[in-house]
Design a protein. Sequence first.
Length: 202
Amino acid sequence: MSLLKRLGTDETFWRRVGMIYLFSISIVIITTTMTYFLNLSVDVLPKAGASIEQAEGFSKVLAYIGNNGFIVPFQMFLLALIPIPFLYLLNILSSAIAFGIVVGFALRLAHHEAYSIIFASLPHFLTEFLGFSLFASMLYLVNRSIRDHWIHTFKKSRDITIPFFQTLQQTGLVYIFLAFPVIVLAAILETYVADWLLHLLQ
């Protein structure tokens, strides 16, 4: 049995991944367009955490992994435990908006350096969004299972179609073997490949 089958990733899982990924890219495009055409202050530009800004090399990789590989997925997981659909997408939404704002301001500068920064940042952000999308696809099932339990408890009229603990186990496996490695790759791309592309293009 292949690893993907053991993880419980079927066609529906990958369809959800694609939909969440396209959602994040759409938000980036919409935010970029709005930022480009609206006369926004530079004060709205998002800033990275101080520990990430000051880190370099492998320390920067570890800082990104600590935030994007552990803190953000944990926040998404906690939101998935609330029996309200799609709250776990808030982190993806905020990341997409932040990147869209940065791209929009860069495009307004309209010079070679700005375009170089955008191009150098794309591999990291596209990979990061993929990692979050993989995890969010399983969180959909976790959240749906919790909602099924709540409805079954209060209305006694709906069967529980998604077993919670089995889904939780599969979510952990998807995080360990799919989402987390992709997020680690994104951290490496941000630290090393982005700087290399930026110097290459300048």
